[in-house]
Ligand binder design. Structure first.
Ligand SMILES: Cc1ncc(COP(=O)(O)O)c(C=O)c1O
Length: 495
């Protein structure tokens, strides 16, 4: 079987980022400004080239995809990998014939790709499945059978309910739930790892928390969470779903025990994956048929999942690697410089401390490994997205009646992703979202599946409005969003 057939085919049809960049340079010489140049927050981020790789963006016309936290668009190469899989080998794995062996090989390579994405020690620590929630459920059910002298599970009131309700269900089997409460202040609601101190004891089995709030976009210092959990002999379970499209994940640096994620938030089709520390998962009594090996990844992959989505997930990582290689080939631009990126060691003091979500600067050293290449892509994306966050905040700051629930301090943009949660005085959240929808802006309103957080922020029952951006969004789109929001704000809410 040829190596990564879908990707090779895709390359023939779809320009690589480097090719797209060269084409764009020629086009720029011929035309004047591209949309993103009209006030781009970080002009050296190749957002026009990036956008060319996402067919849905081209098809969308004026429509703004500002609901990416509910699912992002996919590059053409991902679509081609899915199509290729369905056309060439839509069969069950594990058979002796060529097509089935190809499926096995594709799953194996996808594990390696996702292992690079999270910097796992080994590809067999990656399991594929339906979505993040079903992994949380499977793992929590097994944890519930191993409580013994550690009956306490710490959950937060900032998390998506998928990482709360699943653990609460363990009360039926004797678990005691300990609440880690967010601090509510000017920067919305934030989880502080230091607040775990009085909660963690020798009775704690596990701390479950998110890497970033899917409602407000604020980050959690999950490396500190894992360190504190381990100090008392407990485990750390991380929900990476909201964080994953926005920054680098390094499970070794985080030193966590479990991490779940959804492919459809990271430019892949609907599917989920889990990384589990081998020693941790292999000790858990996860449901499986007797003939399934009791080791990772097999024990976490009950039944059949969507292999075409797994092929798409591998292509999504390949896309990120492609970005990383392009950034390596074009070093030195302002937006990629060490001094302006707080994720890099020795960053400017005024942008805050380095985050622990990420490792050292991947450009240090010789040939970049796959994990380093992905990490570089995610570092660069994170930096561009901080500029988007600033643009978004500046845009809505000039609109009367808009209140942002989250980090707004421009010196602390490294503590958030470009997920903007806001309310408009005198307008219901659903009216604002509907008004924006009728003006070609796709956003979401309600409790964002984090009703406990919304309650803490005093926003129930209506909830808030959420605009969630990723690296293919632009400053020009933010200006269009701002204009649409101004019109909505100026229209009385008669609902
Ligand atoms: C932070 C977070 N956790 C968990 C989930 C649930 O993910 P899935 O749909 O893959 O089960 C979501 C979905 O939006 C989310 O944003």
């Amino acid at each position: 079987m040829p190596d990564q057939p879908s990707r090779l085919r895709a390359t023939a049809k779809t320009p690589s980022l480097g090719e797209a960049r060269r084409g764009a340079e020629d086009a720029k010489a011929r035309t004047r400004q591209s949309p993103s140049e009209q006030g781009s927050p970080a002009t050296s981020f190749p957002v026009d080239d990036v956008r060319r790789r996402f067919p849905a963006l081209e098809r969308a016309g004026r429509f703004l995809f500002f609901d990416n936290a509910a699912g992002a668009q996919i590059p053409a190469t991902v679509l081609e990998a899915v199509t290729d899989h369905l056309l060439a080998r839509n069969v069950q794995r594990g058979g002796p014939y060529r097509h089935s062996r190809e499926v096995d090989a594709i799953i194996g390579r996808a594990r390696e790709s996702v292992a690079a994405f999270v910097n796992a020690r080994s590809a067999d620590e990656i399991a594929f499945g339906l979505n993040a929630t079903s992994f949380i459920r499977a793992i929590s059910l097994a944890v519930g059978q191993t409580l013994e002298s550690r009956p306490e599970i710490i959950v937060s009131d900032l998390d998506h309910e998928a990482n709360v309700a699943t653990w609460l269900a363990l009360e039926r089997v004797g678990a005691r739930i300990v609440w880690w409460r967010a601090r509510v202040g000017d920067d919305g609601a934030r989880l502080h790892a230091a607040d775990l101190e009085p909660l963690l004891t020798e009775r704690t089995r596990l701390v479950a928390c998110t890497m970033a709030s899917n409602a407000t976009g604020s980050l959690v210092d999950v490396a500190d969470v894992a360190r504190r959990a381990h100090e008392v002999g407990a485990e750390a379970f991380l929900d990476a779903v909201h964080y994953a499209p926005h920054g680098s994940i390094d499970v070794r640096a985080l030193d966590c025990d479990y991490l779940v994620c959804s492919g459809y938030k990271v430019f892949a089709p609907h599917m989920g994956f889990a990384w589990c520390r081998r020693e941790a998962i292999n000790h858990l009594p996860i449901f499986r048929e007797d003939f399934i090996p009791d080791v990772t990844p097999d024990k976490l992959e009950a039944g059949t999942y969507a292999y075409e989505s797994v092929a798409g997930m591998a292509a999504a990582v390949a896309y990120l690697e492609d970005l990383g290689r392009d950034f390596l080939a074009h070093p030195g631009a302002d937006t990629r410089g060490r001094s302006s990126d707080p994720n890099y060691a020795g960053a400017d003091a005024n942008v805050g401390p380095a985050r622990d979500h990420v490792g050292p600067d991947p450009r240090v050293g010789a040939a970049a490994s796959r994990a380093e290449t992905v990490r570089l892509a995610m570092h660069t994306i994170a930096e561009y997205e901080r500029a988007l966050s600033k643009r978004l905040l500046d845009e809505v700051a000039s609109i009367p009646g808009v209140t942002v629930h989250g980090v707004t301090d421009r010196d602390h943009l490294h503590e958030r992703v470009p997920t903007l949660c806001f309310s408009v005085a005198g307008h219901r959240a659903s009216t604002v979202a509907a008004g924006l929808a009728s003006r070609d802006v796709g956003v979401r309103s309600g409790h964002m599946y984090s009703p406990r957080l919304m309650a803490r922020l005093g926003l129930l029952p209506a909830g808030a409005v959420r605009a969630s951006l990723v690296h293919y969004n632009t400053a020009a789109e933010i200006a269009q969003f701002g204009a649409a929001l101004r019109e909505v704000v100026d229209t009385p809410d008669e609902s």
